[in-house]
Every structure is written in structure tokens, then in C-alpha cells.
Design a protein around this ligand. Structure first.
Ligand SMILES: [Cu+2]
Length: 146
């Protein structure tokens, strides 16, 4: 009888030990929550960006030639995805919008696609960033984000 009792006690002890081991990982997760919480703001920002986005893609085909962009003015709404397909019709040019960190070289007759999200409202100057002749410094356009 004593052996059976001993076995029972041992069994109960083992069960309780197993229960503790099972709860331990939960405790660890509980202790680990501050780390996922610190990652949460980044997730929230991504959600905010998704809300800001209009989900619209506005595509423009632009021709660059001495000494202008055609069309010179582009108008989109804040949150639009903007796709510019720019082709130089004569000599190498550049296309830059400083506020959006855009600066691409345009080789003659080679279309360059520039894509960005219009997340900043305002009127921005686009300009040629590759010297292309006497009128280079006046080779400008406008990006209007409403
Ligand atoms: Cu130029």
C-alpha cells in the first residue's frame, strides 16, 4: 500500500511539475511582450500610411528636350502613387525633385520610370540635373500635390 501511495505522490508531483513547465513558456511570452509593444508603433505607422494612400496610380508620360519638360506641370492628390515615364528626345538630361529625393539621368530615347507616393503636400520644382546646354538652368517643371 505504501508503494502505491508513494507512486501516487510521485505522479502528482510529476503532473504539477509538468504544469509548471507548461506555464513557464507563457510567463516568458508575458515577459517578452514589452518588445513586441515597442515594435507596435512601427506597425501603426504602416497602417496610417495605408489610410493616407488614395490607392490611385497617376501615370504621366513626360518628354524632356532642350530646354523643357512636356508637360511641365504635373498635378496629383496627396496619397496618390505617382508614376512618371520620362524620355529624353535629344541629349542626356536629368530629372530631379529635391524634396522627394528624386534624381535620375535620362539618356536619349531611353524611357526612365520614376515611382513614388505623393505623401508631401505642396508645389515642388522639378528640374534638369544634367547639364544640357545654354538653357539648362531654366529647364524646370512643377509638381503640384493637392
Ligand atoms: Cu539640363
Amino acid at each position: 500500500m505504501k508503494k502505491i501511495l508513494l507512486l501516487l505522490v510521485l505522479g502528482l508531483f510529476l503532473i504539477s511539475a509538468c504544469a509548471r513547465q507548461q506555464t513557464n513558456p507563457e510567463d516568458l511570452i508575458g515577459q517578452g511582450t514589452p518588445v513586441p509593444e515597442s515594435k507596435m508603433p512601427a506597425g501603426d505607422k504602416q497602417v496610417e500610411e495605408k489610410i493616407v494612400s488614395t490607392g490611385e496610380v497617376k501615370e504621366f508620360k513626360i518628354t524632356a528636350r532642350q530646354f523643357q519638360f512636356e508637360p511641365a506641370t504635373i498635378e496629383v492628390n496627396k496619397g496618390d502613387r505617382v508614376r512618371l515615364i520620362i524620355t529624353s528626345a535629344d541629349v542626356p538630361h536629368g530629372f530631379a525633385i529635391s524634396e522627394y529625393g528624386i534624381n535620375e539621368r535620362l539618356e536619349p530615347n531611353k524611357p526612365v520610370t520614376i515611382e513614388f507616393t505623393a505623401d508631401k503636400q505642396g508645389s515642388f520644382t522639378s528640374y534638369c540635373s544634367v547639364f544640357c546646354g545654354s538653357g539648362h538652368s531654366n529647364m524646370k517643371g512643377k509638381l503640384i500635390i493637392r
